[in-house]
Design a protein around this ligand. Structure first.
Ligand SMILES: Nc1nc2c(c(=O)[nH]1)N[C@H]1C(S)=C(S)[C@@H](COP(=O)(O)OP(=O)(O)OC[C@H]3O[C@@H](n4cnc5c(=O)[nH]c(N)nc54)[C@H](O)[C@@H]3O)O[C@H]1N2
Ligand SMILES: Nc1nc2c(c(=O)[nH]1)N[C@H]1C(S)=C(S)[C@@H](COP(=O)(O)OP(=O)(O)OC[C@H]3O[C@@H](n4cnc5c(=O)[nH]c(N)nc54)[C@H](O)[C@@H]3O)O[C@H]1N2
Ligand SMILES: [Mo]
Length: 615
């Protein structure tokens, strides 16, 4: 039995809250006591729980119920749904999965199922659906994300890994009091930092940025929207033409080069390929010098201001921040490679208050000094199907089975998908060209969706299974880039006939003869105790201690201490590039990459370059 909580707690992507109960119902969310800047977003969960869009019973698209997959996909999104009982719904889903895998193989099942779902280590919908599909023979998976796929691809080529993207950042503690100038491409947006995938204890962006300012840093926010940097930080605001940042940075780099302000020692010791960048900057390579005047015409910032900023950057300890948004765009690799090139020319990478980092403000927690503990999650097992697709290629994949595409130097072919299984995401919210997705979505024989609400994706499915919300189940949250473990306590019984994703998959596993493999004989409580036990072991390995499970569950929140020793991003490498070689071919920061040049792409050259956006 789970012990009775002292204070009912709810830990969400938007923050941690104490749930105010009245007459056995949750009526308000009070922010976690230690959160200095709580977000109001989570409060919507209370009303949404019983909103008209809540799915209360399993439902099947009418013609699919009548004729199965012979109904075809054209009616998806247009036809009414018919509610059915759980037994009928589960039998239908199990039958479709079995039919598909025996006729077409498990590779015809797309289980990429991208999306944030809800915070929580156990009821994490992706982990649940992946574990389930693995126990029945596997599925075609997706790789990368919508958040920072271009960065995810380019950074390993340039700095060897993804440090400084979603983790490994220079912490605020080493920016405040050290950085004299912070130049923020895309700002560091308080609107975005309300959120952190998997939960958070304290909203820390505002205090981080204000601490930098209070300790003397000047801020320049380069972003189309003024309050992309908290207004009270008093940043200077530059609003260049969107997607012209690479041109602006080239103008800055050209100024550094032509005025001899670049750090030749750093470039020589820690980078390779600057000669190729130099030839591009001067125009020796392509006939166009990337002067501040050239840049000004593209980004609509006066050339004299660009030159003045370049001089300020060289004269001060300067930190470059760049939000994830800049790479979520046409030629999204370029701004990131360019920012690294600019930072390398300034020569301050690896110093306190110097260098760069990506995504400060894109989500909460970037810049936190967190313990390096890998939190446990529900084990997903092994996927016998090796095939994958880059996540944002879903429409291309469905429209062109067998078609060829390029991916990070590889020529690949799209799989032929017959069944889509989605739990915990909303492609009809998150994909780019939704009209094209509507057409692509008609292609598969069968589409199954688990959702708490009638989202556009649920409405475009054949079989819809209603799931619980976080308020209706118990979970534990181990927040990334954070110091918190939280209990998320069940506050109320599920709406309608909603079930946990775990209960649904357990029921399907039983019908398909793999219940034991899927559940390992455990229920919710047993999984929670197991996951907490693993977390406790890993924390003990870091010489820290947390309470036993029952005390933790009663208290709701446990915080770890901040680590004492913190370092700037790439500090070790800077100090000794030989001993701390990067995982790039040269072991150095690759301002020119022979490998990428060898791909022969015209939309990503061997060095960062100005490639105008289609827009
Ligand atoms: N135009 C445009 N599009 C974008 C972006 C943009 O900036 N502009 N940003 C992109 C980015 S970076 C991202 S990450 C994506 C986000 O895309 P998603 O993560 O797909 O977006 P959400 O709407 O959060 O979808 C999560 C869904 O999971 C459901 N859900 C919640 N809890 C559970 C659960 O326990 N079980 C199940 N089965 N379902 C649950 C919710 O109801 C919700 O419908 O959007 C991308 N799309
Ligand atoms: N409230 C809220 N917060 C969220 C999310 C949410 O849905 N709601 N989603 C979360 C997710 S999944 C992610 S991945 C992150 C995304 O985090 P980001 O990628 O950082 O967020 P965006 O809002 O897309 O962009 C931040 C700002 O960049 C600016 N910008 C856009 N294009 C350009 C450009 O070309 N040049 C420059 N210089 N600036 C530009 C815009 O003014 C925008 O406000 O946000 C997370 N936070
Ligand atoms: Mo994202």
């Amino acid at each position: 039995m789970l012990p009775q909580p002292e204070r009912q707690t709810l830990a969400t992507h938007w923050g941690t809250y104490r749930v105010r109960m009245e007459g056995g119902r949750p009526i308000a969310l009070d922010p976690f006591e230690a959160d200095p800047d709580p977000s109001p977003i989570a409060s919507a969960m209370l009303e949404a729980r019983t909103a008209p869009a809540r799915i209360l019973r399993p439902a099947v698209r009418r013609s699919f119920l009548e004729r199965g997959h012979a109904a075809g996909g054209e009616g998806r999104g247009g036809e009414p749904f018919v509610e059915v009982g759980w037994d009928e719904a589960l039998a239908l889903v199990a039958g479709e999965l079995d039919r598909l895998r025996s006729h077409h193989g498990n590779g015809a099942i797309y289980g990429g199922s991208y999306g944030w779902a809800s915070a929580g280590r156990f009821h994490h919908a992706q982990s649940q659906v992946h574990r389930f599909l693995n126990t029945i023979g596997g599925y075609t998976r997706s790789v990368q994300n919508y958040s920072f796929a271009a960065a995810d691809t380019i950074l390993p080529h340039v700095i060897g890994d993804r440090r400084g993207l979603a983790s490994g950042h220079t912490p605020w503690r080493l920016l405040a009091g050290h950085a004299e100038l912070i130049v923020m491409f895309g700002g560091a947006s308080p609107k975005n930092a309300q959120v952190s995938s998997g939960g958070l204890s304290r909203h820390a962006l505002r205090e981080g940025i204000l601490a930098c300012r209070d300790k003397g840093a000047e801020l320049v926010s380069i972003s189309p929207i003024r309050d992309d940097t908290a207004l009270e930080a008093g940043a200077q605001w530059w609003a260049p033409r969107p997607q012209s940042d690479v041109a602006l940075m080239l103008g800055l780099c050209h100024t550094l080069l032509s005025e001899g302000l670049h750090d030749r020692d750093f470039l020589g010791r820690c980078t390779t390929g600057f000669d190729r960048v130099e030839a591009y900057l001067t125009g020796a390579a392509d006939g166009t010098p990337k002067t501040a005047d050239w840049a000004a015409a593209l980004c609509e910032i006066p050339a004299e201001e660009i030159r003045a900023l370049a001089r300020r950057m060289a004269a001060n300890r300067t930190f470059i921040m760049m939000s994830w948004s800049l790479q979520r765009a046409d030629h999204g690799e370029q701004p990131y490679w360019m920012a690294i090139t600019l930072a390398a020319m300034l020569g301050q990478i690896g110093l306190p208050g110097g260098g760069l980092g990506f995504g400060y403000g894109s989500v909460n927690g970037v810049g936190n000094a967190a313990q390096e503990i890998t939190w446990p999650s529900l084990p997903q097992g092994e996927n016998p199907v090796a095939d994958f697709v880059p996540v944002a290629r879903i429409a291309d994949m469905l429209l062109d089975p067998g078609g060829a595409y390029d991916f990070n130097g590889e020529r690949r072919n799209y799989p032929d998908i017959k069944l889509i299984y989605w739990a915990g995401g909303n492609p009809f919210h998150h994909h780019q060209d939704l009209n094209r997705l509507v057409r692509a979505w008609q292609r598969p024989q069968t589409i199954i969706v688990h959702e708490p609400w009638w989202t556009a994706t649920a409405r475009h499915a054949d079989i819809v299974l209603p799931v619980t919300t976080q308020l209706e189940r118990n979970d534990i949250v181990c927040a990334n880039r954070d110091l918190m473990l939280a209990a998320s306590h069940k506050a109320v019984e599920p709406a309608g006939e909603a079930r946990d994703d775990y209960a649904i998959f357990s029921g399907l596993a039983a019908r398909l003869g793999v219940e034991e493999a899927f559940t390992e004989g455990r229920d919710e409580e047993s999984w929670l105790r197991q996951l907490y036990g693993l977390a406790r072991q890993r924390i003990a390995a870091a010489n820290l201690d947390i309470p036993d499970f029952d005390s933790f569950w009663r208290q709701g929140v446990t915080l770890l201490p901040e680590p004492e020793a913190v370092k700037p991003l790439l500090a070790d490498f800077r100090a000794d590039p030989q001993a701390y070689r990067l995982a790039t071919p040269s072991g150095l920061i690759e301002l020119f990459s022979e490998k990428i040049a060898g791909f022969g792409y015209d939309d990503c050259l061997g060095h960062a370059a100005w490639l105008p956006s289609q827009e």
